[in-house]
Design a protein around this ligand. Sequence first.
Ligand SMILES: [Zn+2]
Length: 120
Amino acid sequence: MLELLVVIFLCRKIGEEVRPKGYKPLGLQILAVVAWYGTQFGFGFFWGMQGWDDGWGFYVGCIAVGAAAGGSVYVFAKSLPAKNEFDEPVAGSTECPACGERVVNEEVVCPVCGARMPYA
Ligand SMILES: [Zn+2]
């Protein structure tokens, strides 16, 4: 039960990391849960294949692989760059003096408002 709380906590932390950067956290949170339990399932399968007993080593190993997988998703979420609300100014473009739209330098008049571009 304690483990589930850790997973929920991890999901909350992922949400706190990515939300201010403009991402929806749900996909990453699902990924974290799937990664956590998926690796544990794989680990349990591997352990069973070896014919080893379910001793404390099994539980510690289980938590370790789950935490490592879930933690990697969190590290990934943390490393995500912030999403830009506005596009970076494009090289070779000029702001239209009339409407402020970014216009490529080849245009003689602004395609949005029709104003003559200053360099034309
Ligand atoms: Zn314009």
